[in-house]
Design a protein around this ligand. Structure first.
Ligand code: PGA
Length: 303
């Protein structure tokens, strides 16, 4: 059946008013234009939609059936229009992001706050290591990635949204735990439990020490923040982690932050995607939300 949306609209108006004149007024058309649309509509459907008895027009049985369907079609179309508008405005859609394990401590809070504002948006959150984040960026797989150290060799768009200070942590029983204003040289003889080689935290820490000509003992290497914190609690050595990973341990007193001059190592968190990427409206809305609100939803201990 080769009918147009325009014919459906005109048919529906005539059927509602049971008058060509009033339908024409409503649609800002001339009456002959309305009659022409109805004639074409009847030709396309193969049946008359109206019958005239005296001065009145009535819907035929075919017209009554058609009215039912044309109302459904128009209401579906309106709904489709509304959904597309919401997609355009970022109110609806899917957000696919990836974050390093270090950002997991706050990313879920950010997503929860975003979800309260945009209840029709669905999410995927991949919490993974830096190597996998780099691969996902390379292959342009995610809407957006959160990183502490965006790679320089890829053409990326980066938006800095929050500080990411790195601190030295120790067991509360450690001899340096209660000392004030420690020098970097006081750490020189300590063992450090360090993150895996590819971790942003590890790279930043190594850069920091090597820029200051300091070598420290990195006898123990472990993958992920949790195991570093556990090892430091077990007094295997000192650790260097993002302050965002420490909320629980500081609250319960299981770990302390050492008061070392020149610390914290100041870093930042970035929202990252490939430069040429066309962000979806939801991804745009998320970026805007994070840039404006990150500090409101993410708390960290004062340093
Ligand atoms: P990571 O965290 O140490 O878990 O890779 C990211 C970063 O701080 O750059």
């Amino acid at each position: 059946m080769n009918v147009t949306f325009r014919q459906l609209k005109v048919f529906e108006a005539v059927a509602r008013h049971l008058s060509f004149t009033r339908a024409a007024q409503e649609l800002h058309l001339t009456q002959p234009a309305v009659s022409m649309q109805i004639k074409q509509f009847e030709e396309a459907t193969g049946l008359p939609m109206f019958e005239q008895v005296g001065k009145k027009i009535f819907l035929t049985q075919a017209g009554k059936e058609m009215l039912h369907y044309s109302r459904n079609i128009r209401s579906e179309l309106n709904e489709a229009e509304e959904v597309l508008e919401q997609l355009k405005g970022g109110q609806r859609g899917h957000l696919d992001i990836a974050v390093p394990t270090t950002a997991n401590y706050f990313a879920t809070r950010l997503l929860a706050a975003f979800a309260r504002k945009f209840p029709d948006v669905t999410f995927s959150l991949d919490v993974t290591n830096r190597a996998s984040l780099l691969l996902q960026l390379e292959q342009n797989e995610k809407d957006m990635v959160i990183m502490g150290l965006p790679p320089t060799e890829m053409n990326l768009e980066t938006h800095m949204f929050m500080e990411n200070p790195l601190v030295v942590i120790a067991s509360p029983n450690h001899p340096l735990a209660n000392q004030k204003r420690l020098e970097l040289s006081d750490l020189a003889n300590e063992s450090f439990v360090v993150r895996e080689r590819t971790s942003g935290t590890r790279i930043a820490m190594q850069r920091f020490f090597s820029e200051r000509g300091i070598e420290f003992k990195t006898s123990i290497e472990m993958t992920g923040n949790e195991v570093i914190k556990q090892s430091v609690q077990a007094e295997i050595g000192l650790g260097i982690v993002s302050v965002h990973t420490l909320e629980l341990e500081l609250e319960t007193g299981r770990l302390v932050i050492l008061d070392v001059k020149q610390f914290p190592i100041l870093r930042h968190w970035y929202l990252v995607h490939r430069h040429a990427k066309r962000l979806s409206p939801v991804a745009e809305a998320f970026r805007e939300f994070v840039m404006e609100n990150a500090d409101k939803f993410i708390t960290r201990p004062e340093l």
